[in-house]
Write a protein that binds this ligand. Structure first.
Ligand SMILES: Cc1cc2nc3c(=O)[nH]c(=O)nc-3n(C[C@H](O)[C@H](O)[C@H](O)COP(=O)(O)OP(=O)(O)OC[C@H]3O[C@@H](n4cnc5c(N)ncnc54)[C@H](O)[C@@H]3O)c2cc1C
Length: 477
């Protein structure tokens, strides 16, 4: 029989919603009264591990969550400062005896949670941690030998068995929680959700919009049609072929069980379900092998001789490499706080293979610019692209950016939308403008070297250099 409490705190972190919420539902079952609390971390907000799109997304989502709680007669208690001190102080002031939270997989957050738990326990407060971030917790999908999986395909097979064994994984409901929520009058005055500008971040209308209402609307639209065409459309950045739910799954403005249920109920949604499984796969890897957050999964890859070329780095960041698909992708990231998955693979391959720069620099840049920046998926994606990860692309796979552009953006609709100077370049040259005859270039207003950069590396030479640098290390047994 689980211990019961008079008053419990639901410590919200990356789960900014009220439904399908394990910690909230469990707290509602075990406490007479519950208060939802969010603690702003000024250290993280001022660090270089975060950027404007994700800060704006979280603040918007917090504001929506607060409105939802207020409409239920309660409120969101917003605290700022050291997690342990703030939570212990709030527990003491409000007479709470327990803190409920949903576990993270990020090693830094797990270390923080362990120290907060110790501090709360010594202040006499119980702590209850729940699994909620992923559909299958790291310990739920193991090989028969008990080892964790490092290869996706068998992981997925086992994951499928779990999903089919309990297809109706209970989605915790808000009904009971509603009755338990502490009235706003008992929570007292609590500060407004800040604007990103308060921490030095510029807001933008172009960044993804936060809030659980927005997430529910996106899922509804996606499940009503695009989900079944996903397998065909998912690689085309000019189409709205993917769900755009990643910032919501990052901030928890939608629950993973709700997404999995939508995929299991739709016909032809297996390809999309497969991506949700990739998400679980990378999260379990981070739990079992936390060192991947800092170093290559394949240890010998530590010896790869990356270059330190400031000009190449700046060209990649600013979208001025001279390869339209790479540049358009980086401009999409820099201006909208999101990038299409096919493009993430292209720019990551370009950085690590063509430019031979350390994948960790790209990973950090993504952290600072993505609204969905997530250690598990970001690290997994970067290490996959750099051929240093588990079940990664083989080192000799070096995407040809021109061919990638022609295949996935035929006619150049996407690159033109991001790089206006390419607007009048004829289709056949749009992914390789350096091959345009001079007269055509003049007519198109896109003279390479004047209006648009010449390619910063030659594809064939860069590929040979990458094969040597990676092959000399990774092909060794
Ligand atoms: C180099 C690189 C870096 C990446 N960094 C991140 C990141 O920081 N955060 C992030 O959420 N995703 C990351 N991804 C994975 C993927 O690109 C995004 O999840 C996807 O583009 C988000 O768009 P969507 O929501 O429309 O995805 P959909 O195609 O609709 O997929 C649905 C959901 O599945 C999950 N998902 C999809 N693809 C992957 C994948 N390959 N790995 C793990 N989960 C996946 C996401 O949560 C996504 O929202 C990265 C991929 C690469 C190659």
């Amino acid at each position: 029989m689980s211990e019961r409490f008079g008053h419990g705190i639901v410590w919200m972190r990356r789960d900014l919603r009220l439904d399908d919420h394990a910690a909230l539902a469990t707290a509602a079952e075990r406490c007479e009264r519950i208060t939802c609390v969010f603690v702003l971390d000024p250290g993280l907000l001022r660090s270089d591990r975060i950027g404007a799109p994700i800060v704006q997304f979280f603040f918007d989502s917090l504001a929506v969550l607060r409105e939802q709680l207020r409409s239920l007669g309660s409120d969101l208690a917003l605290l700022e400062g050291d997690f342990a001190a703030e939570l212990a102080g709030f527990a003491q002031r409000s007479g709470a005896q327990a803190v409920f939270y949903n576990e993270d997989t990020d090693p830094a957050m797990r270390a923080r949670d362990a120290s907060v738990t110790r501090a709360l326990a010594s202040a006499g407060c119980a702590v209850v941690a729940l699994s909620d971030l992923v559909y299958a917790a790291a310990a739920d999908v193991l090989q028969d030998s008990g080892k964790f999986y490092t290869v996706y395909t068998p992981y997925r097979r086992k994951w499928n068995m779990l999903a089919h064994a309990r297809p109706q994984l209970p989605i915790p409901s808000l009904r009971l929680a509603r009755r338990r929520l502490c009235p706003a009058s008992a929570i007292g005055a609590t500060p407004d959700v800040p604007r990103p500008e308060a921490y030095g971040y510029a807001s933008s209308e172009r960044f993804p919009r936060g809030g659980s209402d927005e997430a529910a609307a996106l899922l509804r639209t996606f499940a009503a049609g695009p989900i079944t065409a996903y397998a065909d459309e998912r690689n085309l950045p000019a189409r709205e072929g993917t769900s755009r739910l990643s910032p919501h799954l990052r901030a928890g403005t939608i629950g993973i069980r709700t997404c999995v249920a939508a995929a299991l109920h739709a016909t032809g949604a297996d390809a999309w379900l497969g991506e949700l499984v990739w998400r679980d796969f990378y999260h379990q890897l981070l739990v079992h092998v936390p060192r991947v957050a800092d170093e290559p999964f394949v240890l010998k890859a530590k010896a790869i001789a990356y270059r330190d070329d400031g000009d190449a780095w700046r060209a990649w960041c600013s979208g001025t490499t001279g390869y339209p698909i790479v540049d358009a992708a980086m401009l999409q990231l820099n201006t909208t706080g999101w990038m299409h998955n096919r493009l993430r693979m292209i720019v990551a391959s370009f950085l690590t293979k063509h430019l031979l720069l350390d994948y960790r620099r790209g990973e950090r840049y993504f952290e600072q610019h993505l609204a969905d920046a997530d250690v598990a998926a970001n690290n997994g994606g970067w290490q996959w692209s750099a051929s240093t990860g588990t079940d990664a692309a083989p080192y000799f796979r070096v995407f040809n950016p021109t061919l990638q552009g022609k295949t996935y953006d035929p006619g150049g609709t996407f690159v033109r939308s991001m790089v206006p100077v390419l607007a009048r370049v004829p289709d056949r040259y749009v992914h390789e403008p350096w091959t345009m005859p001079p007269l055509i270039a003049l007519e198109a207003g896109c003279v390479v070297g004047r209006d648009y950069p010449a390619p910063i590396v030659d594809h064939a030479a860069a590929r040979t250099r990458a094969l040597l640098a990676y092959g000399s290390i990774l092909s060794r047994s």
